[in-house]
Write a protein that binds this ligand. Sequence first.
Ligand SMILES: Nc1ncnc2c1ncn2[C@@H]1O[C@H](COP(=O)(O)OP(=O)(O)OP(=O)(O)O)[C@@H](O)[C@H]1O
Ligand SMILES: [Mg+2]
Length: 440
Amino acid sequence: MRSRKTNKTPAWRSLLGGCLGGGGGVGAGDKQRKVRPGGGGGGRLSFTDLSGAADHHDLSVSLVGSNLHVFSVPELRAATRGFVSGNFLGEGGFGPVYKGFVDEGVKKGLKPQAIAVKLWDPEGAQGHKEWLAEVIFLGQLRHPNLVKLVGYCCEDEHRLLVYEYMEHGSLENHLFKQIPAVLPWSTRLNIAVGAAKGLAFLHDAEKPVIYRDFKASNILLDSNYKAKLSDFGLAKDGPEGDDTHVSTRVMGTHGYAAPEYIMTGHLTAKSDVYSFGVVLLEILTGRRSVDKTRPNREQNLVEFARPCLKDPLRLARILDPALEGQYSARAAHKAALVAYHCLSSSPKNRPDMSAVVEALEPLLKLTDDVPVGPVGPVGPVVLFVAAPEPVEEEKKERAPRKDGRRRRPMSPKVTVSPRKRAAAPKEEFWVWHLPAEQKA
Ligand SMILES: Nc1ncnc2c1ncn2[C@@H]1O[C@H](COP(=O)(O)OP(=O)(O)OP(=O)(O)O)[C@@H](O)[C@H]1O
Ligand SMILES: [Mg+2]
């Protein structure tokens, strides 16, 4: 339910006033300011609501966020010990991230805790819009599998975001940089289930959200390796009414974005499902979605791995060798089938995220066939080779066409290079976020 109130806006108005160029930014004098959840409407404020309302300064605190703290730059400088390099956690398209600590009494109602502070780099790939999307979406959405936005800072040209500190950093670091150690099978599966629950929550919300940037670096891990989604800078409100999709400029990360979204700009929740399939493949294989250091035919993970997912023996050959065979072959095969369907080239053949959760969660209990001790390079001996019932899509792929012509291969091809696509009319909007390692 949307409602607009004009008599109760100081915190939000000053945030937007200052941050959308209307003057009156949140300054150091607003130290104890906190944007609270509204008492009225109950519905989430959509990004579109906000943009429209911001134009005519008609916004209500009651529609905004939950318990967001408004910080000043000096407060965050103190919390991070002057953004000292020893506190540097990493850097993405928005800017650098630093670890910090808020002491007792710095903010009324905020308990002393470790935080992660993300600073906007004006030279970076993202800007104010992404900052605002993060505040709007993450400020209002609360779920155990979404990272908690503690607050923000919007002072003059400064844009900062303050998150709960996630002790084990990103899934990307663990999978590909193996910091501090190889993630065991059960942890990987738990992470996949947690991340799937985060996406399912977004898709099934009263006002659905399409996350649009699902990838290993945006899955953060807390002290118990519980997965939480971060970075809502590219998130979009889902289609409304009879609309089947949102038309948007194509943004995302090379290797994770769904092929039909890249080609048409039509965004649906199923685009997230495809990206989930890519991450699930990364979790299973320990390979990056795009890896230019590998031989040509192995560089695109989906193209390389999808044909192996249905056959347990072929699957065993591509599972992450770092696991040293310490996984349940049955669970791995079932998880691989989930990935297979998520990666269908046809969005309607991909499962909903709630179905993905239902399929993956029971696999956590499949532990009786985990080998004791390391096994050979292609994984454990596969004793259980269940021939799965062909699902509808597979049946279709196998069946000859009525017109007698051969079917086109169904495997998705995400091979359109940004340069090639630059000639197409939509191209001016295409923004590649290259995986961290290729940014340099
Ligand atoms: N809340 C947090 N707690 C702990 N570490 C964090 C937190 N948020 C981010 N980080 C660290 O900072 C790094 C950079 O994060 P950031 O989201 O800015 O970039 P990215 O995900 O690598 O790229 P992109 O800009 O494409 O999202 C992460 O990989 C992670 O290691
Ligand atoms: Mg990120």
